[in-house]
Design a binder for this molecule. Structure first.
Ligand SMILES: [Zn+2]
Length: 433
């Protein structure tokens, strides 16, 4: 190739990257149309960029035609790293990873048995040390462009307040304000769904429900390729009643999903154990392997409860798949069996038909990898942000019906609450997804 040819080639490569960055993922044929380059050029440049790791391929959203659907090409921004931190009662995990999911540094700290709540000051101090070690391991050449913290709590979309610990400044206590990059806090179940969407089982679908029960029950909703957060409580299924007259939950109600399908509930259900010598997860695994009838029943019941709690969500949203987190601590087969059983019972056969219930594939890293994926804008998010509430539309009953003294209740179901559901795709997403 002469000098002119090389220059032209470089210009064409830039054109392909620019069109993909501006217009989002495209198939090769769409790229052909929008770049006006020749077929040979587009195909060979795509192969070259895929080889170099500048592009990646992903399945299309919908496919109506016959044959293998054309996969989409997506830009992978080079040399971008995000920090993902998972805070839970069981473990603190900090990792730094790139847009292709390569983990360049990771530190995991199992919580001691006497550890308090993960959002307590002492727990956050430990987590800050874990984070610092992780960044140190990544090295000074790794520039973090975003940090995302996963917490076991709903998070307000507008203010970013951690609703179960509203006065705790999590990023500050973790020492993240020193990083000089965007830092956000999100719900852990939401991020587990994002992790699967970006790097795991969720890559196959644009619409799925992701379920976890370890440590607590939670659901994450990925709709049209984006995480749906609602007003901060979307997928917060832990306090849906699944047992009439069941045990009293810490929230004050009875028979909540949390009382049946959580690591804690399973732990309480297991009374044949010696806490001094074995961790509960290990006991669960051992008893299940030994074909212990009671343990199997306990797990099956947890799965049934989870399936029941999520059945109306499945009926309403009609997702393409249900993904169940598989963090390797709780035997998943009976949980999935229980979920399938409840879906068969509580959802119409038509909605249930062709709906796979599959395990996640990101394993114990799903939450932290989801944090990275969100930080890098690989998966956009949609939430209702009450700070940006537009003026409510005129009331059909006339302009005088809304008294100024009337408090704006978030749960009133009024037009204000509905109008607040503004979509806010992340700025970073535009360039990379
Ligand atoms: Zn409850």
């Amino acid at each position: 190739m002469g000098r002119g040819g090389a220059v032209l080639r470089q210009l064409n490569r830039e054109k392909v990257l620019r069109v993909l960055a501006e217009q989002g993922p495209l198939s090769r044929s769409d790229l052909l149309e929008r770049t006006s380059l020749s077929r040979t050029t587009v195909w060979s440049i795509a192969a070259e960029l895929l080889d170099e790791g500048r592009l990646r391929e992903r399945p299309p959203a919908v496919h109506g035609g016959r044959g293998r659907p054309p996969w989409l090409l997506q830009v992978v921004a080079p040399h971008r790293y995000a920090l993902g931190i998972e805070l839970s009662s069981e473990v603190t995990r900090a990792l730094v990873a790139t847009p292709d999911g390569t983990v360049v540094s990771e530190v995991v700290d199992e919580a001691p048995p006497d550890a308090g709540e993960p959002l307590d000051e002492s727990a956050l101090r430990r987590a800050a040390a874990v984070t610092a070690r992780c960044l140190e391991r990544a090295g000074p050449s790794v520039e973090i462009c975003a940090a995302v913290v996963a917490v076991p709590s709903p998070v307000s979309p507008g203010s970013g307040t951690v609703l179960r610990a509203p006065h705790v400044d999590v990023p500050h206590l973790l020492g993240l304000d020193r990083l000089g990059c965007e830092v956000v806090v999100r719900n852990d179940a939401d991020l587990a769904a994002v992790g699967e969407a970006a790097f795991g089982a969720g890559r196959t679908w644009r619409n799925f429900v992701h379920l976890s029960l370890d440590p607590g029950p939670g659901a994450g909703l990925v709709l049209d390729g984006a995480l749906y957060r609602g007003r901060g409580f979307a997928g917060d299924i832990g306090h849906v009643r699944v047992v009439d007259g069941g045990p009293v939950c810490w929230c004050g109600n009875r028979g909540c999903l949390s009382t049946v399908a959580s690591a804690d509930a399973l732990r309480r259900g297991l009374w044949t154990r010696d806490p001094r010598t074995e961790r509960e997860a290990a006991v669960l695994q051992r008893l299940y392997r030994d074909d212990d009838h009671g343990t199997r029943g306990l797990l099956l019941d947890a799965g049934r409860a989870l399936g029941r709690a999520v059945s109306s969500t499945v009926a309403v949203l009609d997702p393409e798949a249900v993904i169940v987190a598989d963090r390797g601590r709780i035997p998943l087969a009976p949980i999935r069996e229980g979920i399938e059983e409840s879906l068969a019972r509580f959802v119409s056969p038509a909605s249930r038909r062709g709906l796979p219930v599959v395990p996640g594939t990101c394993r114990e890293r799903d939450i932290a990898l989801g944090a990275v994926a969100l930080g890098l804008g690989l998966v956009p998010e949609v939430a209702a942000d009450r700070r940006e509430t537009p003026a409510p539309p005129p009331s059909p009953l006339g302009s005088t019906s809304r008294s100024t003294a009337q408090p704006a209740s978030p749960n009133s179901g009024s037009s204000t609450a509905r109008a607040a559901a503004t979509s806010q795709p992340r700025a970073a997403t535009q360039a990379s997804s």
